[in-house]
Design a protein around this ligand. Structure first.
Ligand code: NAP
Length: 335
């Protein structure tokens, strides 16, 4: 797949609760060969169907084998979520067929394991679900022609090597690993992305805006307004990330302001600065837009590049950010 430099996510706002018009308007903005990322779990299981329906309403089409460079096809990536009750490779194949039917896209362009099965509890008598079972299922999807490419998500340095070796033995390329990667996470994700580079596995960077931390939206927000966000599941994470990134957010803001003064026709938003940095690091950001306006703002980042000097300023400020990723109060590290 020759995908466009920016991929588009569907986690937050493509679920069944949203007005379909928002989804359709976002889809209408997408340039040819954009990769759309979804998952069987998103939107309580609704997102794939919403996407399948709205692609047609937006006048967009999934890319096909016959597409050449001038085609306007869109690439489709979705994910298999390991759980304790699906214990056979055939379960992966069945889930894949269900995703194909909801998305109305066959073959899928990229099918990914959403996370390692090792995070699941082991059931009495039957034991744990093994990653090898999921890999075998993904391999069967590939060999049956249901999917064109295999990827994984949230795999750390050790697991990505194991998965790579497993698929290499089956003569199946492992093409991508989705990683929580952005200016705040540059050092935490370093070892993982280095191993991916060594193995020729593309890094798809999710949370490129740190779920909104790096956009400036929350910079001027006072505590009472902030506390109204409590319904957002990311509120506490957001607060912690904001606390740990004052220098970084200042650097992003200064670079954004300077673009208005350096002869550029257009001021570049802070969000564009953050997304541009991810692209400069050779990664594909998966952006999370809540509206067509947000999507267009981020997609416009492709026609502009940070200077080398601006990248150094951002790298230095990023090194000061201490944005650990915690789950249930404990630091979460990928294996
Ligand atoms: N594989 C995995 O395990 C995994 C995990 C998470 C996500 N993902 C993928 O990554 C995608 C992106 O994740 P994400 O949505 O959390 O990441 P994100 O892009 O870091 O953050 C999205 C948030 O940024 C704000 N935003 C977006 N565009 C903006 C703009 N132009 N100006 C100002 N604010 C803007 C919006 O927040 P507000 O407007 O509300 O402030 C939006 O909710 C997901 O949709 C999903 O496909 C994958």
């Amino acid at each position: 797949m020759q995908i466009a430099p920016i991929a588009v996510g569907s986690l937050n706002h493509f679920g069944g609760k949203d007005d379909d018009r928002v989804v359709v308007n976002i889809l209408k903005c997408l340039p040819p060969r954009t990769l759309i990322d979804t998952a069987e779990l998103y939107g309580d299981g609704d997102t794939e169907s919403v996407l399948g329906k709205c692609m047609t309403l937006a006048g967009q089409q999934w890319a096909t084998d016959n597409d050449d460079d001038s085609s306007s096809g869109i690439y489709c990536a979705t994910k298999y979520a390991p759980n304790m009750f699906r214990r056979k490779p055939e379960d992966v194949v069945q889930a894949c067929q269900e995703s194909i039917s909801k998305l109305k896209c066959q073959p899928l362009h990229l099918y990914q394991a959403h996370y390692s099965a090792s995070i699941l509890p082991s059931l009495p008598f039957v034991g744990p679900v093994r990653d090898e079972t999921v890999w075998e299922g993904l391999a069967q999807c590939y060999e049956q022609g249901l999917v064109e490419n295999i990827g994984v998500c949230n795999y750390g340095p050790k697991l990505i090597r194991q998965a790579h070796d497993y698929f290499a033995a089956r003569k199946i390329p492992l093409v991508s690993n989705q990683v929580n990667y952005n200016l705040m996470r540059a050092s935490a994700a370093l070892e993982t992305v280095q191993v991916c580079d060594e193995l020729g596995i593309a890094v798809l960077a999710y949370h490129p805006l740190g779920k909104g931390t790096l956009t400036g939206t929350y910079d001027e927000m006072d505590e009472p307004t902030m506390s109204k966000l409590k319904g957002k599941y990311s509120y506490y994470t957001l607060k912690r990330w904001l606390k740990s990134t004052p220098e970084l957010r200042k650097a992003i803001s200064q670079i954004s302001s300077s673009t208005a003064m350096d002869g550029n026709a257009k001021k570049r938003s802070r969000s564009q600065v953050a997304v541009s940095w991810v692209i400069r690091k050779g990664r594909v950001p998966i952006i999370g837009a809540r509206s067509a306006e947000q999507a267009q703002d981020l997609l416009d980042a492709v026609d502009w590049e940070l200077t080398d000097e601006q990248v150094v300023i951002l790298d230095e400020a990023a090194a000061l950010a201490n944005s650990n990723w915690t789950v249930l109060g404990k630091e979460f590290k990928l294996v």
